[in-house]
Design a protein around this ligand. Structure first.
Ligand code: COA
Ligand code: MG
Length: 295
């Protein structure tokens, strides 16, 4: 049976950090992103791949209470195997696999991890960035019953390039693929992370993309620059009114006078037990955010 509960892990902002950029790697632990994607793939030029693996090793040496996800090159590429070995040597726990074409791409990674006796301690993330990945979304997400799959990360730049789709600034043409990815993630208990906003200094555009992604059900957004973090953290955090409403729903169902009732009226609206589950999830997320802000 697929896992349908949505894991309460903060992933509002996942910042790509090119692993060949020492200054960026050094800056990451000082930033308030919920997690980092240390990139060995497209952000790193072919001649810098080897140095990037070395820097990755150094960057992962210290402890961190946030996910540091290593994006390796595709295993079929000339760099993939070396990247995976470097990630394992550096004790990476999260691997993001690019160019996933279907379940077999992930199964190949899983068997390489199994060979290295690393599979049980890993979390695997899949880039959804090829037309084939869109066609195989269900089969990819369904691997979560078999593999330690953590989430789907959209790569909308690649998807646009591979399909020829030329999205408008409001990304309306991409919405069907975005919601398909969210549905697959939700059906199998995975996190869903939106693609990047390529424009660096357009606060309004970034805020719009974050809000759109949140409305579509995404847990967070992948980012390319530290200046984008606060916007994503704010947009994907529950609003104070939503927290108040969730508390009211929880209190209503906890009231002994309502014991055994399936549907209640709260603040003039009908709520059912499914709304209680949503409210509990929202409150768990708000508690995680409050805890992070305190620390
Ligand atoms: N992660 C961590 N730190 C970053 C960063 C990132 N993604 N991007 C920039 N920084 C740091 C810089 O090192 C600099 O810190 P410093 O002053 O201590 O050196 C500071 O933030 C300001 O950087 P800035 O000068 O504004 O950016 P830039 O012009 O050097 O770089 C980009 C702009 C887009 C090239 C850079 O942000 C980047 O490489 N982003 C990631 C790209 C990527 O990973 N793409 C693949 C996935 S789509
Ligand atoms: Mg890509």
């Amino acid at each position: 049976m697929p896992e349908t509960s949505h894991p309460p892990r903060l992933s509002r902002s996942l910042l790509y950090v090119p692993a060949d950029k020492e200054r960026a790697l050094a800056k990451a632990p000082t930033l308030v992103a919920d997690g980092f994607i240390l990139d060995l793939e497209d952000a790193v030029a072919p001649q810098a791949k080897e140095a990037a693996r070395e820097h990755l090793r150094a960057a992962l040496a210290g402890p961190s209470d946030k996910p540091r996800i290593v994006r390796i090159n595709a295993l079929g590429s000339e760099w993939g195997t070396e990247d995976l070995l470097a990630a394992l040597a550096a004790k990476a726990q999260d691997i993001l696999l690019p160019k996933v074409e279907g379940p077999q791409t992930l199964l190949a990674l899983a068997s390489a991890l199994e060979e290295a006796d690393a599979l049980p301690r890993m979390r695997i993330w899949a880039m959804i960035e090829t037309p084939m990945a869109i066609l195989y979304l269900r089969e990819i997400a369904a691997l979560s019953g078999k593999l330690p799959l953590a989430g789907l990360v959209l790569g909308l730049n690649d998807l646009a390039k591979e399909t020829g789709l030329d999205p408008s600034p409001d990304r309306s043409e991409l919405v069907p693929w975005m919601v398909s990815a969210v549905a697959a993630a939700r059906a199998y208990g995975l996190l869903a992370i939106d693609g990047v906003c390529n424009v660096l200094a357009d606060e309004e555009l970034l805020t719009g993309e974050c809000r759109q992604a949140r409305r579509l059900g995404f847990d967070g957004k992948s980012l390319i620059h530290p200046a984008q973090i606060d916007t994503a953290n704010a947009a994907f955090a529950p609003a104070p009114e939503a927290i108040a409403e969730a508390e009211a729903i929880r209190a209503a169902f906890a009231d002994p006078a309502n014991a055994g009732k399936g549907a209640l009226a709260v603040n003039g609206r009908m709520v059912e037990r499914l709304h209680l589950a949503t409210a509990e999830r929202l409150l768990a997320q708000a508690a995680l955010i409050a805890e992070r802000e305190r620390s």
